[in-house]
Design a protein. Structure first.
Length: 204
């Protein structure tokens, strides 16, 4: 069997629930790039499906991450639409020291989390990768909700790493999705940066 045939067979074996989660997650990303608040509705539905799939597949931190995504999606919906009297969020940037502090915290928490997962039966490499990707995603998803421009640069790295993890755990369609995510993150950065520059020019 050729490599192409093996790849096709692997994708053909993907369950319908995973394909549904993939399409909804893709819808979330495409809408997020356009700064459309309906992206959060797609995020909630996709996260519910993935919570079940990842729990069954043994990716504990990825399953728990979906619960966080659901809560963050509610917050993101309110923040992006200016609920509560505040206007809609503009694209913004963080100072370098904030980024450095945030990623130091992520690294420390992921190291502790990976060690604690030792009792869950995951291989060492898988559990540390699972924890690091999960906590990095927690931070970067928050940056999306707050419309911090640099989130897209982080997603390029996170999504590529996540794709490798998902292939190792048999989530082939999801791995393809995350490689597509990484590519679309480049577009997301360019789109949000244009908006950031235009907003800055308007303020000036």
């Amino acid at each position: 069997m050729s490599l192409l045939e093996r790849a096709w067979a692997a994708l053909a074996a993907v369950p319908g629930a995973e394909w549904a989660a993939v399409l909804l997650a893709l819808g979330y990303l495409l809408l997020a790039i356009r700064q459309n608040s309906w992206c959060w509705a797609c995020a909630v539905t996709s996260a519910v499906l993935y919570a079940v799939l990842f729990a069954r597949g043994g990716l504990i931190m990825q399953a728990l991450l979906q619960v966080y995504y659901i809560a963050l999606a509610v917050y993101g919906w309110c923040a992006w639409r200016g609920t509560g009297g505040a206007g809609p969020l503009p694209v913004r940037r963080w100072p370098l020291r904030w980024h450095m502090t945030a990623w130091l915290v992520v690294a420390l928490v992921a190291a502790i989390n990976g060690a604690l997962l030792a009792g869950a039966g995951e291989p060492a490499l898988v559990r540390y990768a699972d924890a690091l990707i999960a906590w990095a995603s927690v931070l970067t998803s928050w940056l999306v909700a707050r419309k911090v421009l640099e989130n897209w640069l982080y997603w390029i790295v996170i999504d590529t790493g996540a794709a490798a993890l998902y292939v190792a755990q048999g989530f082939n369609a999801t791995a393809v999705l995350f490689l597509l995510y990484a590519a679309l993150a480049v577009r997301g950065y360019a789109s949000w940066r244009r908006d950031y520059v235009a907003t800055g020019a308007a303020r000036a």
